[in-house]
Design a protein around this ligand. Structure first.
Ligand code: PBG
Length: 322
């Protein structure tokens, strides 16, 4: 076996998997204001950016050849129903209109995350109702709000909408709203298989979206379940999802592989905030070789079968590959 490992040209010739900048999607957290670039304490190198700064980020992303951006918003205010998610002048809607006007947008896919947790005062991904002496996130009331959010994001200029809420029937509700609202051509990238994960911790600081009570285990999946993940994907595809997103990535690469074997649709995996932050922590300690670890983590995602990766390392990885 070692004959083909003797030089870099030989290794390159027999290499089975590649990572290209175009396979990488860069998440952006858009916040109010102008000239704002606020680093997220638990995610070194990741910033909350105002709309003008987001445009600069997009230009950089385009010049590096990235595949696209995944947009999240930090609204001015929050309420019980997450109104900020579907307002015409919501934070991501404003960001999308500005990005659409920039030249960079022609070379990037602008993906808008669809969820309520960044916009609700309680931090849950849907409408909270009383249930016995506890609470529940009401599935069907939430669907209507998600559908509104998706349509408003499409109207503001999103190329793709990406529901990450994990409500049942969300893709069908969003598809119907898009079709009826004149956006039949807007594709849905569904976070079909999203596990309730400790690795989302730093994101909740970045997006200010931590639940104020309880947790997300009544809607996100149990980490133990592979067969259930396949059922989630099957249902989302039947409802009209055009592409699927799997997350987290590293602790769930077997799920990515299984999905690749079972479904012929375009598929991405999300290297989530906790995966990023733990690597950053190790880099800060000098415990891992930074460039090699970054590229190896992304290669693993591609080798597991994902067509593209959402990653906070997107810009740095593209520079390394460049
Ligand atoms: C919104 C959403 C979350 C992430 C993406 N969309 C947070 C959550 O579900 O708590 C996590 C992304 C990351 O950790 O990088 N529902």
């Amino acid at each position: 076996m070692r004959r083909l490992r003797r030089s870099e040209p030989l290794r390159a010739l027999v290499r089975e998997t590649t990572v290209e900048p175009g396979d990488l999607i860069y998440p952006l957290f858009i916040c109010p204001g102008a000239g704002v670039r606020r680093e997220v304490p638990s995610m070194p190198g990741v910033f909350n950016v105002s709309v003008d700064e987001a445009v600069r980020e997009a230009e950089e992303a385009a010049s590096l050849g990235l595949g696209g951006l995944l947009l999240f918003g930090l609204p001015e205010g929050k309420d019980e129903f997450g109104t900020g998610a579907w307002e015409e002048d919501g934070i991501v809607q404003n960001g999308l209109r500005a990005l659409r006007e920039s030249a960079a947008a022609k070379n990037l896919v602008l993906i808008a995350d669809v969820c309520l947790c960044e916009y609700t005062s309680h931090g849950h991904c849907g409408v909270v109702v009383k249930s016995g002496d506890g609470f529940d996130v009401d599935n069907d009331q939430t669907l209507e709000l998600l559908a509104r959010a998706a349509l408003s994001l499409a109207k503001a200029g999103a190329d793709v909408v990406a529901p990450s809420d994990m409500m049942d029937g969300h893709v069908a509700a969003i598809r119907r709203a898009l079709d009826e609202g004149g956006h039949a051509h807007t594709p849905i990238l569904s976070y079909a298989s999203k596990f309730a994960s400790a690795f989302y911790g730093p994101f909740r600081e970045a997006a200010d979206s931590a639940p104020q009570f309880g947790d997300r285990r009544s809607y996100q999946m149990d980490g133990a379940n592979l067969r259930e993940a396949m059922r989630e994907i099957e249902l989302d595809l039947a409802e009209g999802a055009d592409m699927i997103l799997m997350k987290p990535a590293m602790p769930y690469l077997d799920v990515v592989r299984e999905a690749r074997e079972e479904f012929g649709v375009p598929m991405g995996a999300y290297q989530v905030s906790g995966e990023y932050s733990m690597m950053q922590a190790a880099f800060a300690k000098g415990w891992l070789d930074r460039p090699r670890a970054i590229l190896e983590s992304l290669l693993g995602i591609r080798r597991a079968g994902a067509d593209f990766a959402v990653t906070y390392f997107a810009k740095e990885a593209a520079r390394l590959l460049g």
